[in-house]
Design a protein around this ligand. Sequence first.
Ligand SMILES: [Zn+2]
Length: 323
Amino acid sequence: MILWESHACLPLHPAADFSPMDELRAAGVNYVSINVGMDMNPVPQIMSVIAAFRANIAASPERYRLVSSVADIREAAAAGQLAIGFDLEGAMPLLEQPEMVALYRELGVRQIHFAYNRNNSVADGCHDEARGLTPLGVRMVRAVNEAGLLMDCSHTGRRCSLDIMAASAKPVIFSHANPLALVEHGRNITDEQIRACAATGGVVCLSGVSAFLGTRTPTADDMARHVAYVAGLVGAGHVGIGLDISFRQDELNDNPPGDYDPTYWWPKAAGYDRAVQRMTYTPVETWQLLPEALRKVGLNDIEVTGVMGDNMMRVAGMVWQHA
Ligand SMILES: [Zn+2]
């Protein structure tokens, strides 16, 4: 069984301690997508973070491997290495240049969504005015398809996400999102979005963030309840896991330089109290507890294997191949 973690966050700082990756590896995770930047982070910060994370991976080849194919992931699993790819949360680091997508791919970025909660010149955020995908956004979807990155719609406005899924020639994912039908929150996604994602051949990966799961101390059983809902709607073959654990290291200040207003990116009106400081996450051990929790909500062994990672392996196998 391959365990695929669709989204995890380290401090966006070149001195970030990489040891949380060992916790994931010890919990049996085979592949993790690590965030390297959001819309509020300037490109110099993102480049500095990518360089540092790449150096950490290169320094421990017995433990880590930067991967570009599902074959790489299987080889890494056989060798006891944690397979790693990077993701971007927002299109602003693309500098309105579609050719930046392929450049980021060369650096290890394997997944991207286009807006972080707020609108930009490419796409809409989920906590902003609905406009739809912009003409530049249509070109960006094409660039993501051609470069062979996973097109993600987390944090994206509802209407805009439907536009992206209609425009994409490849399966589209939600790397960390939860059903609105279970928890009323602007970050959560409608049944229409979930159905549209499945129609692309994609996967909805459930997040383990307290506010989006609707519980203060989220557990594997909470995750399983959300998995069961999406599986009931579109089938277990379209469900995955993106716990979105933020491995905070309080001694590091990874805020963007200059004027930075967290309440713009995490608006109080959208239900964020003091930004994200009060959010809690399902613990790393959730990976060990999930298979049993999924069986309890009625999934069979093949469905469990799919949700834990095989479904994302299928999608990545289709998307990461590029010309
Ligand atoms: Zn996120």
